[in-house]
Ligand binder design. Structure first.
Ligand SMILES: Cc1cc2nc3c(=O)[nH]c(=O)nc-3n(C[C@H](O)[C@H](O)[C@H](O)COP(=O)(O)OP(=O)(O)OC[C@H]3O[C@@H](n4cnc5c(N)ncnc54)[C@H](O)[C@@H]3O)c2cc1C
Ligand SMILES: CSCC(=O)[O-]
Length: 402
């Protein structure tokens, strides 16, 4: 079989699809690849194919602003996001591939009294959950972020929720690292192979139809983010999610000026500085459903304008490029990791604007759910929660205006 090189040596094979696998994962993004990886590593299940309509990592996993943190509010969220953050700490060693995890620290700014109260509450909840965060003063924020303006006329900085072991990672490398490890375990990652149908018999999955022929399987994991509703429709059920574009942009590279990640959720902006020197900037999601992956100028203007009061220096930067991704959002801004009405079909979606940080933890839990039928990491995130009203409301911690 051919192999793909990422310029860092032989990476993964490019096999032709076999007629059947024990497990098929649809979607070679971070969550799909991590699910396959932990199926092999934790459960010895390696007769697995990961089918990708485009190129691996080409979806949201290759398009995000790479913020990693676990400072959510609800207990189930703290469990899966902290599991994920902890797995990121040694992921490069585990995959033998440098994912460039950088625990540079993440601050969520409090710029209203409401946020002061909310983030202090989160800091207390995190202490009970074993997640290390702390409430910090404006003076401490200024020490960590010298370029910040604490005294904005509309939204002065009143403090912040600080997670010292939050940070960033190289998003492509996360996908490449998992893909390389899956391929080394004998799994088939098949790119340019779009799933066009889900075959069922007597309420049970039999296999999928693809642009490269029919492939049978015993179990099917649907892990396609913004296209989750499309795949669910192929399998005969509906999802409580909507797909919208989330955009981001980078500035021209400048000298190092910002060591940490800052999120300013009142004004719907967040920023970090890449290792190349670009200011990596993100904002709120588009206000309407769509499947575009392109950016739009008004969003750049809106996001930069919102941040200028707190970071005046960005008013003098040239912006280099912008892009978008199709994010899949649930009403409570928490994911869906679940069995489905079709026996043998599992769904991992709903990560919306914040699933990059969850890739290792989600893969770990999803692999356990597929292998054993349940997982302490995923049980609370079942599809049934929407019928039973057991919402896991993280619309504040999600950090992005939706
Ligand atoms: C601009 C932007 C900024 C973001 N910033 C952050 C951040 O800072 N921190 C954070 O934690 N999260 C962030 N996110 C969210 C995060 O990127 C996503 O939640 C996460 O990457 C989703 O990973 P995934 O593997 O589920 O999906 P994806 O990486 O999108 O992978 C899904 C794959 O499924 C494939 N697919 C779809 N349909 C089919 C089909 N029919 N057949 C075969 N394959 C198919 C797609 O081609 C795609 O490659 C951001 C997202 C965007 C768009
Ligand atoms: C795109 S928002 C980043 C995050 O969720 O930390």
């Amino acid at each position: 079989a051919l192999s793909y090189h990422t310029g860092w040596g032989r990476a993964w094979r490019a096999p032709e699809p076999k007629p059947r696998y024990d497990v098929i994962i649809v979607g070679a993004g971070g969550h799909g690849l991590a699910t396959a990886y932990y199926l092999g590593k934790n459960f010895g299940i390696t007769n697995v194919a990961v089918l990708e309509k485009g190129w691996l990592g080409g979806g949201n996993t290759g398009r995000n602003t790479t913020i990693i943190r676990s400072n959510y509010l609800q207990d189930p969220s703290a469990a899966i996001y902290e599991k994920s953050r902890a797995l990121y700490e040694n992921l490069s060693q585990d995959l033998n591939y440098n994912v460039m995890f950088s625990p540079r620290g993440v601050i969520m700014l409090a710029q209203t009294e409401h946020e002061v109260r909310g983030y202090r509450r989160t800091a207390h909840a995190n202490a009970l959950q074993g997640v290390t965060t702390e409430w910090i003063s404006p003076a401490r924020v200024k020490e960590l972020v010298p370029i910040i303006n604490l005294d904005g006329p509309r939204y002065p900085v009143l403090g912040g929720l600080w997670q010292a072991r939050g940070g960033t990672a190289r998003h492509d490398a996360v996908a490449w690292g998992y893909a390389r490890a899956c391929s080394a375990m004998g799994m088939d990652i098949i790119q340019q192979c779009e799933v066009t149908g889900v075959r069922r018999e007597g309420g049970k999955v039999m296999g999928v139809d693809t642009t490269r022929g029919a492939i049978d399987c015993d179990k099917l994991g649907i892990v396609v983010a913004g296209h989750s509703g499309v795949l669910a429709d192929m399998a005969g059920f509906r999802l409580p999610i909507e797909s919208v574009a989330l955009q981001a942009l980078v500035s021209e590279p400048i000298k190092p000026c910002m060591d940490v990640v800052v999120m300013a959720n009142t004004v719907h902006g967040y920023m970090s500085q890449s290792d190349k020197g670009e200011m990596v900037i993100g904002g709120g999601a588009d206000g309407y459903n769509n499947y575009t992956q392109r950016g739009s100028f008004h969003h750049v203007e809106e996001t930069v304008r919102a941040l200028i009061e707190t970071f005046p220096m960005i008013s003098r930067l040239k912006m280099l490029r912008q892009w978008g991704g199709i994010v899949d959002m649930t009403g409570d801004r928490s994911p869906i990791l679940s069995k489905t009405p079709v026996e043998g079909v599992f769904i991992n979606c709903g990560w919306g604007t914040g699933g990059f940080k969850a890739i290792p933890g989600s893969g770990w839990g999803m692999a356990e759910l597929i292998a054993k039928g349940h997982s302490p990491l995923t049980d609370a995130f079942s599809l049934d929660r929407f019928k039973e009203g057991r919402f896991i409301d993280e619309s504040v911690a999600a950090g992005v205006a939706h």
